[in-house]
Ligand binder design. Sequence first.
Ligand code: GLU
Length: 448
Amino acid sequence: MNNYIERVLENVKRRDKHEPEFLQTVEEVLKSLEVVVERHPEYEAAGLLERLVEPERVIEFRVPWMDDNGKIQVNRGFRVQFNSAIGPYKGGLRFASHVNLSVMKFLAFEQIFKNSLTTLPMGGGKGGSDFDPNGKSDMEIMRFCQSFMTELYRHIGPNVDVPAGDIGVGGREIGFLFGQYKRIRNGFENGVLTGKGMSYGGSVIRPEATGWGAVYYLQEVLHHQNDTLEGKTIAISGFGNVSWGVAMKASQLGAKVVTLAGPDGYIYDPDGVSTQEKWDYMLEMRSSGRNRVQDYADKFGVKFFAGQKPWGEKVDICMPCAYQNEIGMKEAEQILANGVKYYIEVANMPTTNEALYYLMDKGVLVAPSKAVNAGGVSVSGLEMSQNAEHLSWTKEEVDRWLHEIMKSIHTASVEAAEKCGLGYNLVAGANIAGFMKVADAMMAQGIV
Ligand code: GLU
């Protein structure tokens, strides 16, 4: 590996040794930047990579709230404002029990490159809490969101930092968060959050955008390989908002999602998750707060596999849509043994680095999450513009535009990798293309 990159990486390993997820993503991104760094010696002179891997600001705070039994609960809140070279910090809020500083920093770091790839002016940030909304009442969630925003409000703003949803944060949570922000600020600044409801400045297609965008990206990959979506079977994990969008768009375009997965196991639906009734039921399962995918099997009379992951199923395409690191070597070997041709990451960093390079080495076509799932934040960027300009675009306009953005992300990744002599390498291509714009901006803005 290039000397400069190696030194930066050693330093991160020493200083951030208690943050495994963050180390993992830094290692993956820097590994892709070798050629670029060799071509640009000025980056080393400007300490560019050292600055890139250090967040501009990390905020950690106490979130006290009262549960329905009158008991005081305390969670930990975070906002990582990682990089604002190309725009205000932008990125979701995740409410889940696995949230900690390492997870927040990895997500915020990924977000820098993802947001850059969208071509929109958005920096990288992420936040959240170790609060788990599953099984909580609406009133508990409201009290939690109000307490969370009572601290967060002083760090965000339409031109400063614009949070949105992620795992555990959907339309309901964004509503409560916005209500409290507006109350404290005494002003209707709806550009401060995206993923809002339609009645107060939300964008059409925002709920669908991540899943639909992922399928549009997949279409580009298939097109590049002279292949098509028609008749393909797809295994996915998760059963939330992103999986819902993937299942819907994949079937509209002639493919079939045959698995869904949750913490309790996975379901196999040979007919595909391909009807309006099934899509609607997915939303119902998610909002029930039960966090069980077995309910789908019971409702539609398909098989449920308790405690198992779906990656042993024979399919054409795998699209992990749940959590980080759900695919390690064991799952990668299963995927390879099943002859899967396309491995399309949708969740943020669903693959361990070892499994990722293994699949690539063995000739599976791998697409990285920071490109594939960028449709969500792209439509968030659009929502910000609509709020700033007091206008709203139609479903057709937003969908057409989302499709174009996903195509352009694929093209930019292909071109960046080719320019560096790396062939059709979407992983390196996304990192390089995302990095170049941020690097240019950081070089232009001096040592900050
Ligand atoms: N959490 C989503 C992501 O990872 C959406 C972020 C946003 O819309 O700001 O990109």
